[in-house]
Design a binder for this molecule. Structure first.
Ligand SMILES: Nc1ncnc2c1ncn2[C@@H]1O[C@H](COP(=O)(O)OP(=O)(O)OP(=O)(O)O)[C@@H](O)[C@H]1O
Length: 203
C-alpha cells in the first residue's frame, strides 16, 4: 500500500486550502465528500435504491439527489440513517481505495472532514489535523457560505470537539495566519511524508 495521509479538520478550518497547497507540490489528493457525491450520481445503483426507499421526491428537478432533503429524512429517523450508512459506506470505501490506488505521487492525501466522527483514522498511515481557533472557523465559514453565525455555530456543535480531533493527530497544521504563512509548514510536512513513505517502502 502506498503511503496515505488523512487530512481532517472542522468546518472552515482550511482543509481544501491546505490540500491544494500539497497539490502544488505534486501530491495527488481526493476529498471524501466528492467520493460520497460520486457514488450517488444519476444512473448509479445506489441512487436507484435510495429512490426506491424514499420516493422520487428525494430527487431534485435535474434528477440529482436532494442531499438536504435526504439529510432531513435520516436526521429524524435512526433506522433510515442506519440503512443509508450500510448502503453507502462500503461503496465509498471501495471507490476511495480505487482512486487512491490509481495515484502515482510518492504519498497520497485523503481529505476526510468526518474522519474521527466515522472512526476512519486507522485507514491512513498518518493523520494530519488542520487547526484554527473556533472564532476563526466561524468567521471563515460565514464569509464563504453566507451563513449566519447561528447556522455556523450549529454545524460546529454537531462536529466533534477540537480536543477530540487533536487526540488522533500525528501532525498538526496551524492555519490561523495568512494563506502564505502556512506554506513553510506545508513544505516541512511534505518532506517528512516523503521520508516516511520511502521508509515504509523499504519494510
Ligand atoms: N489561512 C487562511 N487565511 C484566510 N482565509 C483562509 C485561510 N485558509 C482558508 N481560508 C478561507 O477560509 C474558507 C474555508 O477554507 P476551506 O474551504 O479550505 O476549508 P475547509 O476546511 O475545506 O472547509 P469545509 O469543511 O467547511 O468545506 C475559504 O473561504 C478559504 O478561502
Amino acid at each position: 500500500m502506498r503511503y496515505t495521509v488523512a487530512l481532517t479538520g472542522g468546518i472552515g478550518s482550511g482543509k481544501s486550502t491546505i490540500a491544494r497547497a500539497f497539490g502544488s507540490l505534486g501530491i495527488e489528493w481526493i476529498d471524501a465528500d466528492d467520493v460520497a457525491r460520486e457514488v450517488v450520481k444519476p444512473g448509479s445503483q445506489a441512487l436507484a435504491m435510495i429512490v426506491q426507499r424514499f420516493g422520487s421526491a428525494i430527487l431534485q428537478p435535474d434528477s440529482t439527489l436532494d442531499r438536504r432533503r435526504l439529510r432531513e429524512r435520516i436526521f429524524t429517523d435512526p433506522e433510515n440513517k442506519l440503512w443509508l450508512d450500510n448502503l453507502l459506506h462500503p461503496l465509498i470505501h471501495v471507490q476511495t481505495q480505487r482512486q487512491l490506488d490509481q495515484m502515482r505521487s510518492p504519498w497520497r492525501l485523503w481529505v476526510v472532514p468526518l474522519l474521527v466522527e466515522n472512526q476512519l483514522q486507522h485507514r491512513a498511515n498518518r493523520v494530519l489535523v488542520v487547526d484554527v481557533p473556533r472564532e476563526t472557523q466561524l468567521i471563515r465559514a460565514m464569509a464563504r457560505d453566507g451563513m449566519t453565525r447561528e447556522q455556523a455555530e450549529n454545524i460546529l456543535a454537531a462536529q466533534i470537539s477540537r480536543q477530540e480531533r487533536m487526540a488522533v493527530a500525528n501532525d498538526i497544521i496551524d492555519n490561523s495566519g495568512t494563506p502564505e504563512s502556512v506554506i513553510p509548514r506545508v513544505t516541512e510536512l511534505h518532506q517528512r511524508y516523503l521520508a516516511l513513505a520511502a521508509a515504509a517502502q523499504q519494510e
